[in-house]
Each structure stands twice: as structure tokens, then as C-alpha cells.
Design a protein around this ligand. Sequence first.
Ligand code: SF4
Length: 62
Amino acid sequence: MTFHCKNYDIENSKCKRLSGECVPARKGCVLEGRIAVSEELAEKIQRIDEETLQGSRKKSNK
Ligand code: SF4
């Protein structure tokens, strides 16, 4: 199966919707909660969520 997302910026290899790396099923992705992800991808998504959370905490502490 192949999938092409209209939010994927081919020239810059980034997600236009999330202004960052394309990681299918991450928070805010059109596939979030709609597909089963591998253990490896789930770990990557968790890492991104934690980094995002840490980033927002840093901003709110300023
Ligand atoms: S992260 Fe999701 S919404 Fe963004 S380009 Fe990738 S598949 Fe599309």
C-alpha cells in the first residue's frame, strides 16, 4: 500500500501542516488515531510529543 499526503512538502521533505518532520500518526497528523503504527514509530511519536511538551514548558516559564 502506498500513501501520499497532500500536506507533505516534497521539495523540503517536511510536513506543511505541522511545520516539521513528517512522522505519520504523530499528534496533529491527518493519520493520528487512524492507523496502527509499528513499535519503532510509536517510540518516535512519543519522543516528539515529549520534546514538544518540553518546548512548550520552556516557553511558558519565560
Ligand atoms: S505528518 Fe501526517 S499530515 Fe504531515 S505530511 Fe506526514 S502524513 Fe501528512
